[in-house]
Design a protein around this ligand. Structure first.
Ligand code: PDD
Length: 275
């Protein structure tokens, strides 16, 4: 196991950050998760572009283009070059005496690590989900490290022996605690638009592109609370989840055992071919 921290690659025990790091004090930082499959990071550019635009939104001055070389070195030292693995990147505003406003002349703290990871067989996850009110803040487009809301909402799913919690705000479904959510109704695919109430997932973008390529009608229009019992199919998307069919929403069973809808199946098959 190796950790990249501010230009050095060290053992996890030696990867030390000040308690005055604003990431620790305020959750004032961003992160990315991407996976390497068959020797290549899946949509690396899109992940790094999202990180870059996130940093711009919160005014952290760091040149994301510096990361590509560092990632290559980290994988080499961690003996993960060409191995299936997950890479975590975190950039926080840096270390400064505690004050809410952004300090001047502060150096961001950059941390990355990679762990071997085999993704689940895409066709085997048939997720049970619960529904909850989305009580998070209203800048969910920012992939920030302060994930307390997401963590609490995911914990509720675990307590109910479910994989995810799908969230609704203002009467419509937004996303899930660590995934985006899609619905299928009368052959049309629906997902919440990429505004400030959701994270615009890279997998979400890929799935929308696949819909276009496969001539499946896709609407970035949310599904309402009232409509939820009338959807034909639903699925989750995310970097580690890929595309997971939803089998049950609260007590509403969409499919029994290993069955899933034709649109979900078609998208999963097309998704597999991208790797
Ligand atoms: N989760 N929505 C939320 C709230 C997320 O945290 C994630 C990703 C997604 C899907 O985004 P993408 O397709 O780019 O992975 C949507 C990451 C993987 C995590 O926190 O582990």
């Amino acid at each position: 196991d190796k950790v990249y921290l501010n230009g050095s690659i060290v053992n996890p025990a030696d990867a030390k950050v000040s308690v005055f790091d604003r990431g620790f004090i305020f959750g004032d930082g961003l992160y990315e998760v991407m996976v390497q499959i068959n020797g290549k990071f899946f949509y690396e550019k899109e992940h790094l572009d999202r990180l870059k635009s996130g940093l711009l939104k919160i005014n952290i001055d760091f040149d994301v283009s510096l990361l590509s070389n560092e990632i290559t070195t980290l994988l080499k030292v961690a003996e993960l070059t060409d191995k299936d693995c997950m890479l975590y990147i975190q950039i926080t505003r840096g270390v400064a005496p505690r004050q809410h406003s952004f300090p001047n002349d502060i150096k961001p703290t950059v941390m990355m690590y990679a762990v071997p990871k085999l993704l689940p067989e895409i066709n085997t996850t048939n997720a049970h989900v619960i529904t909850r009110s989305d009580f998070r803040w209203s800048r969910c487009d920012i992939k920030m490290t302060s994930l307390l809301g997401n963590v609490m909402l995911n914990e509720e799913a675990m307590q109910h022996e479910c994989y995810e919690t799908i969230l609704h705000r203002n009467g419509v479904f937004t996303e899930a605690s660590h995934c985006n959510v899609f619905f299928v109704k009368n052959g049309v695919v629906y997902t919440h638009p990429a505004d400030e109430y959701i994270l615009n997932g890279i997998t979400r973008i890929v799935v929308i592109e696949l819909c276009h390529a496969l001539d499946i009608e896709i609407k970035e229009t949310p599904i309402s609370l009232q409509e939820i019992d009338t959807v034909d199919e639903a699925f989750l998307t995310g970097t580690s989840t890929q595309i997971a069919a939803i089998q049950k929403i609260d007590n509403h069973l969409l499919f029994t055992e290993n069955k899933k809808g034709p649109v979900t199946q078609k998208l999963q098959e097309a998704f597999l071919k991208l790797k």
